[in-house]
Design a protein around this ligand. Structure first.
Ligand code: OAD
Length: 246
C-alpha cells in the first residue's frame, strides 16, 4: 500500500488502461460543499442527537415528526449548497474512460447536479418520499408534521435507506456486478464502516481490480487498498482528471 497526497503514476496508468472504472462515494465527497459528514458531530438543533440514532425505522416509528424535522433540515441544507470540484471531476471522469459506474451512498443529489449520469443510489435519495406502509412514492406535503400517503393514509417517510433496512435490489445487484467487472475501483470520501457498501472494494480487489482510496483521514481499510491518497476529494479528483487528460 502506498500512502501519499500525490497521485501515484501507477494509478493514472491503471485508469488509462481501464475498460471499466467503478467509483464508490460517501459523505466526504460532499463535505467541501458544506454538507456535514455522517459521523461528524451534528450542528445546531441537532447537536444532541447522533445520526445513527435518527436514521432507523425504529426512530421513525417512535417519533415520526422528529425524524421529518431532521430530514427537512438536511434536505434544505442539500438544496442550499452547490456541487464542489470533486463532484464535477467525477462527472468529467466518465467521459475519459470507456465505462464508469458511479455508486453513491449520498442522498443529497449533488452528483446528479454536477452532471453525473446513471448513478446507483445505494442509500436512496432525500428528495424522494415514500409511504412507510405500502412503499409507494409520493411528494410529501411539507405543511404537515407527518405527511400522509394519499393512497393508504399511512405515514410518508423520506426515501432513503435506514440502518437495518435492505439496499434496493437493483442498486445492490448492479453495484456488485460493477465491482466484479471493473479494473479500477475508487473508494472516495467514505469511512468504509457501513456494509454492504464497504464490501464493494473487497469484491473489486478479489476480482483483480486496482483499488484506491481518496480520504484525508485514511480509513481502517486503507491497508487493503493498493493506494491510499490522503487528500480532500475536491482537490485530488480535479488533479486526477487533469493528469488523465494530458
Ligand atoms: P462518514 O461520515 O461515515 O465518513 C465520511 C468520510 O469522509 C470520513 O472517512 C472522512 O475522513 C471523509 N472525508 C471528510 N472530508 C473529506 C473530503 N473533503 N474529501 C474526501 N473525504 C473526506 O460517511 P459515509 O462513509 O458516507 O448510511 O457513511 C456511510 C453511511 O453511513 C451513510 O450513507 C449513511 C451513514 O450512516 C445510512 O444512512 C444508511
Amino acid at each position: 500500500m502506498t500512502m501519499t497526497s500525490d497521485i501515484p503514476e501507477q494509478l493514472i496508468t491503471a485508469l488509462r488502461d481501464a475498460r471499466h472504472v467503478c467509483v464508490l462515494t460517501g459523505a466526504g465527497v460532499s463535505a467541501e460543499s458544506g454538507v456535514p459528514t455522517f459521523r461528524d458531530a451534528q450542528e445546531g438543533l441537532w447537536a444532541n442527537y447522533r445520526a445513527e440514532d435518527l436514521a432507523t425505522p425504529e426512530a421513525f416509528m417512535a417519533d415520526p415528526a422528529l425524524i421529518w424535522r431532521w430530514y427537512r433540515w438536511r434536505r434544505d441544507l442539500a438544496d442550499e449548497v452547490e456541487p464542489n470540484p470533486g463532484h464535477y471531476a467525477l462527472a468529467q471522469l466518465a467521459d475519459l474512460v470507456p465505462r464508469l459506474t458511479l455508486v453513491t451512498q449520498n442522498v443529497d443529489n449533488l452528483h446528479q447536479r454536477a452532471g453525473s449520469r446513471d448513478i446507483i443510489e445505494f442509500h436512496g435519495n432525500i428528495f424522494v418520499d415514500r409511504c412507510f406502509a405500502d412503499g409507494t412514492e409520493h411528494t410529501a406535503d411539507d405543511s404537515l408534521d407527518v405527511p400522509l400517503c394519499p393512497d393508504c393514509g399511512g405515514p410518508l417517510r423520506p426515501g432513503v435507506v435506514w440502518f437495518g433496512e435492505a439496499i434496493p435490489e437493483h442498486a445492490l445487484n448492479s453495484s456488485w456486478a460493477a465491482a466484479i467487472d471493473c479494473d479500477v475501483f475508487l473508494s472516495i470520501g467514505t469511512s468504509s464502516l457501513v456494509y454492504p457498501a464497504a464490501g464493494l472494494a473487497d469484491v473489486a480487489r478479489q476480482n483483480g481490480a486496482t483499488v484506491a482510496e481518496i480520504n484525508p483521514n485514511p480509513t481502517m481499510n486503507a491497508a487493503g487498498f493498493d493506494f491510499a491518497i490522503a487528500g480532500n476529494s475536491g482537490v485530488v479528483l480535479p488533479e486526477l482528471v487533469e493528469s488523465l487528460s494530458l
